[in-house]
Design a protein. Structure first.
Length: 164
């Protein structure tokens, strides 16, 4: 459990910095595109792709960080109004659904990443596996976060740092 917590801490720190980086790229490229289009009346061919792919990466990395911080939608009101045993059962079922969903997304994200490896983006001519790789990577990070939470759920008090 402690090893998983340390691995997750490092990976999520990298994901946090990656999210900041891709958000910064969008914050620079989008105004550049607007300025070029409306002031200079010259549109660059690459800026739309850079902004779109940066958004994909920022979304997937940020989703993993947000999941760790508890920013996801939950049904806390339901859990607070049912008996503790039922609440625990519902939480366990929720974890099973999360593992199933994340597993599917990793599988199909990896499949699409591999399937699109030979395809090139229209403007920048980069392999499309680079933008697509954000999907399996982001979902894998979310799976690791969910696994850590699940282990804490099945063994309360296990490992240090039981806070969310």
């Amino acid at each position: 459990m402690q090893l998983l917590q340390r691995i997750n801490a490092v990976l999520l720190q990298v994901a946090s910095w990656g999210t900041i980086f891709f958000m910064a790229v969008m914050a620079i490229v989008i105004p550049y595109e607007v300025f070029g289009r409306y002031v200079l009346e010259m549109m660059s061919t690459w800026s739309g792709e850079v902004a779109t792919y940066s958004l994909v990466w920022a979304t997937m990395l940020g989703a993993a960080v947000g999941l760790k911080k508890g920013y996801q939608v939950g049904m806390v009101a339901v859990l607070e109004h049912v008996p503790p045993l039922v609440a625990r059962l519902l939480q366990g079922i929720g974890y099973l659904f999360m593992f199933f969903f994340l597993g599917l997304m990793i599988y199909y994200g990896t499949d699409q990443t591999i399937a699109n490896a030979a395809q090139r983006s229209p403007a920048m001519q980069i392999p499309m596996c680079y933008p697509y790789a954000a999907l399996p990577l982001g979902f894998f990070l979310m799976l690791l976060v969910t696994l850590e939470d699940f282990l804490r759920f099945v063994r309360p008090g296990s490992g240090k740092g039981d806070e969310a």
